[in-house]
Structures are given as structure tokens and as C-alpha cells.
Design a protein around this ligand. Sequence first.
Ligand code: PLP
Ligand code: CA
Length: 307
Amino acid sequence: AQAPKYLTGDPSAINAFVDQFDVFLIDCDGVLWSGDHLFDGVAETLGLLRSKGKRTVFVTNNSTKSRPEYLKKFAKLGIPADVEDIFGSAYSAAIYISRILKLPPSKNKVFVLGEAGIENELRTENIPFIGGTDSNYRRDMTPEDWQGIADGSLLDPDVGCVLAGLDFHVNYLKLSHAHQYLRRGAVFLATNLDPTFPMNHNFFPGAGSIVIPLSNMAGEKPLALGKPSQAMMDAIEGKFKLNRARTCMIGDRLDTDIKFGIEGQLGGTLAVLSGVSKKADWEAEGAAAVPAFYVDQLGDLRGGGTG
Ligand code: PLP
Ligand code: CA
């Protein structure tokens, strides 16, 4: 791939870059903020893009929050946004289930390995589910569990799908239920497969680290609904009527965001250096993906002015 073009401090290059696109798909953590710290110039940059008639869509792999919960975070940090501008991996999974998978009525329940963000998005799409944050699943196995899971008497016959994401209370009981539903033919979905996520200047186990053990026991890989899966791109395209050639993906991770944009054949990809991936990562042999453009941080796009 060609070396990415550096835009920071180059107003004419920034203007030419912005003019190429109508829609910007913008990753959240590492681009807009890090944890609860909003990066400099983010609100101004988004305002500038919108004043030029650009659509900004926020695309995040974090499945622990639903879109309304995300909206609260935007409001708290002072970024104007609409719930319809937000596209998270939990939402992506919920609309995949309701609009594409279309489970038969006798198999329409979802077994959830994950947090409230997933449950809330499923509820909004009227998808019945079990598991998730239910305290009946947050405990040790009893002899009755060992027996009832084995003979099926403790399983819900209506479960036709297992949806796994980041679960802060993963345990053997939940894994046993999920495994058994998969053995019985449930469709296997994951919100996202990030091995880790950044937190407090370090990394913690991500959704992928919860999902992979399940793949291992089931002998089957899930369909992931987060970046870089093209199932998510198709869902975004369906919702926003994207012209891919006039769309740019902005993100901090080569293996999720930039790969997502390239595989989706978007018109452009922009890497920001305020998050996980660094210049050396795309310069390295066997890089996950190479962006077309890069800036030090999103706020550098302000340098383009309003022309
Ligand atoms: N998953 C979790 C649980 C997270 O907390 C984060 C970021 O904070 C991510 C995934 C990555 O999110 P994004 O796609 O917005 O970078
Ligand atoms: Ca990110």
C-alpha cells in the first residue's frame, strides 16, 4: 500500500481531504475521547464538518452501552449528537437479529453472554432474551445445574441464537448454557472480537477474549457484528444509504477501524494517533491495514478552516 498522507498542519490538504467525502464514520474511544477525557478540538471539528454539510456517524465496538447510554456520554462531554447518529456493536447485533436473521417464532429467544447494553438494544428491537445480567446466571454451578443442563430440562427450548459480547460476570454456568445452546444448533453471534480494550493507560480483556473460549468449546466461529466485520458495514450502509466512495472511516486501530474501512471499499480511511495504533504499526511488515491519511488527533482537522 502507498504511504499514508499526513494532514496535520496542512490546511489545503485538509480541505481537499474533507471535500472528497459526504459521510464520516467516526470511531469513539481513542478518537473522540479516552475514557472520560475528551480530546482537544473534537466538538469544534465535528461542528466544522457538519457546517460543511457532512454527516457524522459514530461507530463503536463497545457493546456494554446501548445507544441512549452513549448519547448521555456525548452530552456529558459536550458533543452534540442524535441517537440516530450512533452505531454500536450491540445495536448492530440487535438489528441483524431482527431484520436479517429473522428467527422463527418457536426459536426466537436469544441467550446473552454480555452486559446491559446488549439487553437494552435487544429490548428496543422486541427480541426476547435470557441470560445477560440476570442474577440467576451469576453464581456457581449446583448439582441440579450439572444434571439439568445435561438432560436439557434447564434449557429454554425457544433459544435459537447465542449472542456473546463483553461480560464482566462471565462464569462456568453461563458458558455451559451457551455451549449447550450452540450444540443444539443455535446461531452463534458476537458483538465484536476485540481481544482487549484500552483503559487507564493500559489494556483489559475485551469481548473477543470472552467469545473465543465459546468458539473453542463449540468448534465454530461466530458471526461478529462489530468492526472490522462487513456485516456491520452492510448494516450501516442499509441504515444511512451510504455512497461508499464518498465515505471515510476515521479510527485509531488498524486491525478494527482501518481494516473495516478498507475491506468495505470506502473512499478513504484516516488514522488518528491519539489512541492504540502508532505510525510504526502500519510501517511494520505484515501490518493489519495501512490508512490512506493520518493526523495526530481529530482536532487537527480544524486547521482546514471553513473554505
Ligand atoms: N469494548 C469496550 C468494552 C470498550 O470499553 C471499548 C472502548 O472503550 C471498546 C470496545 C472499543 O471501542 P471503540 O470502537 O469506540 O474504540
Ligand atoms: Ca477506538
